[in-house]
Design a protein. Structure first.
Length: 218
């Protein structure tokens, strides 16, 4: 019987060691195992805000050619003084960039689809600020002079030519802001932003994007 006592004790010790090692390893695995947390999906509002422009966004470049004509003569009490008439006629090409201020864009998300609407997708309404002229420049090298005449009694000054050009630029800007170019700039902005936002993960095929233009400030 003593013959079997030693092996039995050894087997018991080995089994105890195995249990102890197993518990230690198990505890270590549990201790250092990274915590598994549920990954929450970013909201559509956050995704859109990150993708939308945060500064000035040009949606349309409007090119034009204009002719400036200026005739001037000195007079006394409504009578033109002879040999004082001067005139200059020239043309130039210009470019206006129209767009929006991205900092004024507002995003509104619907949690559920609009009841009774043709589309079953929930809407994301994007409120865009009014179109404005972001820049207006004369294209270098485009000025072409057709006629320029002056007299020693009525010379043409450089600052006068600049003033006439500045006045023509203001006239063109007013004409553009009151005409159909604004509508074209709006359509272009909607098309460009719609294509960009519609391709974002989590937006495509899940939301209907609707653009709403804010009223100009009075």
């Amino acid at each position: 019987m003593k013959r079997f006592l030693l092996p039995a004790i050894l087997l018991a010790l080995i089994a105890g060691l195995l249990v102890l090692i197993g518990s230690l390893l198990g505890g270590r695995n549990i201790r250092f195992l990274p915590q598994i947390t549920e990954q929450t999906e970013r909201s559509a509002h956050t995704v859109l805000k990150e993708a939308l422009p945060i500064g000035e966004y040009a949606s349309l470049a409007y090119h034009y050619t204009t002719v400036v004509r200026e005739i001037n003569a000195r007079d006394i009490r409504g009578w033109t003084i002879p040999f004082t008439t001067r005139r200059f006629i020239f043309s130039y090409d210009g470019i206006m960039k129209l767009g929006i201020d991205g900092t004024q864009i507002l995003v509104e998300e619907d949690a559920e689809a609009i009841s009774g609407a043709a589309a079953s997708l929930p809407q994301i309404r994007i409120f865009l600020p009014p179109i404005k002229i972001l820049s207006h420049e004369i294209i270098d090298g485009s000025i072409e002079v057709f006629d320029q005449s002056q007299t020693i009694f009525n010379e043409l000054r450089i600052e006068e030519a600049f003033n006439v050009t500045a006045e023509r630029k203001r006239e063109l800007e007013e004409r553009v802001m009151a005409g159909s170019v604004i509508l074209e700039a709006r359509r272009s902005a909607e098309q460009q932003l719609g294509t960009l936002l519609g391709s974002l993960p989590g937006i495509r095929d899940r939301y209907e994007i609707v653009f709403i233009w804010q009223a100009p400030a009075l």
